[in-house]
Design a protein. Structure first.
Length: 291
């Protein structure tokens, strides 16, 4: 009967929900221990100037060095951290490691900005700016060297508290960046009113923009929008020489992507810098010759 079938289905669905819930509890406990034990590692992806080729900074991208599963990527465990109340600990752990690493690179003579991804959930904790300032002070990294990236898709949820926290970070001369721009629904009014300095054009528009006129139009429109709001721009996901040239000709400021470098463990950066200095001059030839 339909009623009997319904009962079977209900039991099945509630059983699934229960096992998912216990899986999540198990997994979030494991994540909590991993954060405490320092099992999260930061990889770093360089950002370079499209006009000079100079390396302007590196972005920290967290990985979980899992004993059985190897490197686990953030799309899998950052949402879990958000759902299970671990995101403040996660962000603080990533920030501390990133600042310690950055401090060593500064001491070795690399003048970089260090970018750290933060969750919207971090921007509702009233003491978040103090936490960031304490970590900066402990590491000796000046605030103008730090960039905090916030994904655009969740900015719509902004409240008075979020605005207040962003403004306090900005007043401390921390750079604020809108990540994955174009994937959310921020209104132009919000964009104008939020205290951001930088806009990152989502890689979903950048990669493929050479073959697709629609994508190219979106990239150009984002570039013009950012410029008119006084924001600097970073193109994410630049994978080919043709995309590099396209973004240069659009007037975009900086590029990030596999064409420049994949994310790497921090200890590989010095060698990457040397290789980049060799590649860099060729990438700055006049556009007509290069294409
Ligand atoms: P995101 O901040 O937009 O970072 C860019 C993502 O694109 C990274 O993935 C990077 O490895 C990847 N990528 C870079 N260049 C290319 C390219 O040329 N082509 C393609 N196809 N991909 C490229 P990843 O490391 O898996 O990180 C995914 C997202 O996880 C990040 O996106 C960021 O939103 C989030 N995330 C990473 N680390 C943290 C963190 O410490 N805290 C928080 N809250 N989120 C983080
Ligand atoms: Mg980012
Ligand atoms: Mg991004
Ligand atoms: Mg992205």
């Amino acid at each position: 009967t339909p009623a009997g079938l319904r009962a079977v289905l209900d039991r099945h669905v509630s059983g699934m929900a229960a096992s998912q819930a216990s899986f999540r509890t198990f997994y979030s406990e494991e994540l909590r221990r991993a954060i405490a034990a320092g099992a999260l590692v930061n990889h770093y992806q360089p950002t370079v100037s499209l006009t000079t080729g100079a390396v302007v900074g590196v972005e920290s991208l967290v990985r979980w060095n899992h004993p059985e599963r190897g490197l686990v990527y953030p799309d899998e465990f950052v949402p879990l951290a958000e759902q299970s109340g671990l995101i403040d600990e996660l962000t603080q752990a990533v920030l501390r490691t990133a600042l310690d690493d950055a401090r060593r690179w500064f001491d070795a003579g690399y003048a970089l900005q260090i970018a750290v991804n933060v969750s919207m959930d971090n921007l509702v904790a009233l003491d978040f700016p103090e936490m960031v300032m304490e970590e900066l002070a402990a590491s000796g990294v000046p605030p103008e060297r730090l960039v905090l990236e916030v994904t655009e898709s969740r900015l719509m949820q902004n409240s008075v508290v979020v605005l207040d926290i962003l403004a306090r970070l900005r007043l401390r001369r921390i750079t604020l960046s809108i990540d994955d721009f174009g994937t959310g629904h921020s209104s132009l009014v919000q964009l104008r009113d939020l205290p951001f300095n930088e806009l990152k054009i989502d890689r979903g528009f950048v990669h493929g923009a050479c073959e697709d006129e629609g994508l190219r139009a979106i990239v150009e429109a984002n570039q013009r929008l950012a410029r008119s709001l006084g924001l600097r721009t970073v193109a994410e996901g630049v994978e080919t020489r043709a995309e590099w040239e396209l973004l240069r000709s659009c007037g975009c400021d900086f590029a990030q992507g596999w064409f420049v470098s994949s994310p790497m463990p921090g200890h590989e950066l010095p060698e990457w810098f040397e290789d980049w200095e060799i590649r860099r001059p060729r990438l700055l030839e006049p556009l007509a010759e290069a294409v």
